[in-house]
Write a protein that binds this ligand. Structure first.
Ligand code: ZN
Length: 480
């Protein structure tokens, strides 16, 4: 039986729409993901929209699939908006193809998702490659008892007066408090001559002594930053300023688990689970060379099997699911560095880059000259690292775009050659770039784009649902 053969009756409008969407899903999978579909029935199907990256968890998708037959395997790749299901027989897969195409299911956040299924010869998934934690990184589980956790969380007084000695800031995406030294987000450094009165709260004395004695840490820290993340909050990828802090940086996660992404300059990303009541220890390469950050989202991709807790989220796509985030409070301990850093990573070391005192531009012209010199030089230096990542869309941005509601209006300021304009066909994307020739390329690719300056956009304020500005404006990354 050929389910693609519909010529003996006239399709209804809805059927036509579904067919169009299904064909579009097939093209998108091939063009953006290299997933090849076939037009005859096989045991395996790719389920477009039914993926972890689309907010669909294993527990929502599996029951729907099992109604059509015995599910032999369900592969859910991390951060992808699709998954692969393998049935015991091609007949069962065909049943699912007929029954579930265009069918609506409810995702992990209560959102409605319409599934589009296509046959594949076999589930294809590129291996993530790296299966190890970044060198120098360690996650110590259950380092604190539940009672201590409660006590420590209650010890943070978020409500106290801002004039208090311990500086509290409400950053855009999370609550932050500093002890020992204030951390300045303008220069990502501390004022080493101005320690805060009071030092670290007394409650930590015995705990830090214990960690020292048990060998989890080697130095007694003198700076503490407390961050509170609500579901949906995150922190941009960054490396803690080398000249500001010594080698060892440790962070205690209380209240809720979270997945932190570590990224090597060559583009390798390692998602690491930080369970509730665990201590993350970053030393050496993981502290100096890898960036770490938390993607702002309401759920994480985690291992489904109960035994697996802390550490790397593997690419075992047969075992991934979604976990809703809770409120996480992190206590990050660092030791302020009193001498310049002499690490083995000069490219990312602010102590070792031959910069005299930082120049402050006196005029717009000087500023743009400075920008040209510095930005250009930096790009030249890291060109080797960038060559592999420059032309492919950043997966996190792809996920962001794919997660936006259908029909959203998105402006991509500094859109370049339009790399992101075609990621999600259900969005209305408008690109904008200063370069006429790049905008022309967008036009050739049949994207909507216009020539314009990011500082004077020809778009009405508030007219877009989401802005996108990548690799065009660089904000200095805040530290945890
Ligand atoms: Zn360094």
């Amino acid at each position: 039986m050929d389910s693609n053969h519909h010529s003996n009756y006239k399709l209804t409008k809805t059927e036509k729409k579904f067919l169009r969407k299904q064909i579009k899903a097939r093209h998108t999978l091939l063009r953006h993901e290299g997933v090849e579909t076939v037009s005859y029935a096989t045991q395996s199907l790719v389920v477009a929209n039914g993926g972890l990256g689309n907010g669909v968890g294993r527990s929502q998708l599996r029951p729907a699939l099992e109604k059509c037959g015995l599910v032999d395997g369900l592969l859910m790749p991390p951060n992808k908006p699709y998954s692969f299901v393998r049935y015991r027989t091609a007949e069962e897969a065909r049943k699912a193809y007929v029954a579930l195409n265009g069918k609506e299911i409810v995702g992990d956040l209560g959102q409605k998702i319409i599934l589009y299924l296509n046959f594949v010869e076999k589930a294809q998934w590129k291996e993530l490659g790296l299966q190890a934690l970044p060198p120098g990184l360690m996650v110590v589980e259950e380092i604190i008892s539940s009672e201590d956790e409660k006590m420590l969380l209650e010890s943070v007084n978020w409500a106290e007066d801002i004039e208090d000695q311990n500086v509290q800031k409400s950053l855009k995406h999370r609550r932050v408090k500093h002890f020992g030294y204030e951390f300045h987000y303008e220069n990502n450094n501390v004022d080493k001559d101005k320690p805060l009165p009071g030092g670290l709260p007394d409650i930590w004395d015995s705990i830090l002594e214990k960690w020292l004695k048990e060998g989890f840490i080697k130095h007694k820290p003198d700076q503490l930053t407390v961050n509170q993340y609500e579901p949906g909050h995150g922190i941009p990828a960054h490396i803690d300023t080398h000249s500001a802090f010594e080698d060892e940086i440790v962070s205690l996660s209380l209240g809720s688990e979270i997945v932190m992404d570590f990224k090597h300059p060559d583009g390798v990303t390692v998602p690491v689970m930080l369970p509730r009541r665990s201590l993350l220890v970053m030393t050496g390469e993981s502290r100096y060379l890898w960036t770490h950050g938390i993607t702002p989202r309401k759920f994480d991709t985690v291992q489904a099997s109960k035994g697996h807790k802390g550490g790397i989220i593997t690419s075992d796509v047969g075992d991934l699911t979604l976990s809703k985030r809770g409120i996480r409070t992190s206590f990050t301990f660092r030791k302020v560095r009193q001498t310049p850093c002499n690490c083995s990573y000069p490219l990312v070391c602010d102590s070792q880059t031959q910069q005299s005192s930082p120049l402050l531009p006196g005029s717009a012209r000087e500023a743009s000259q400075l920008e040209r010199e510095h930005v250009h030089r930096v790009y030249e230096e890291i060109a080797g690292h960038f060559s592999s990542t420059r032309h492919t869309p950043w997966p996190r941005i792809v996920d962001f775009l794919k997660a936006l509601p259908s029909g959203s209006l998105v402006a991509d300021v500094g859109c370049g050659n339009g790399k992101y304009l075609g990621i999600n066909q259900d969005l209305y994307m408008i690109g904008c770039d200063r370069s006429r020739s790049l905008v022309d390329i967008c036009g050739e690719r049949r994207f909507q784009a216009l020539v314009g300056d990011a500082l004077a956009l020809p778009l009405r304020s508030g007219s877009c649902d989401a802005p996108l500005s990548l690799a065009a404006i660089h904000h200095p990354p805040p530290a945890p």
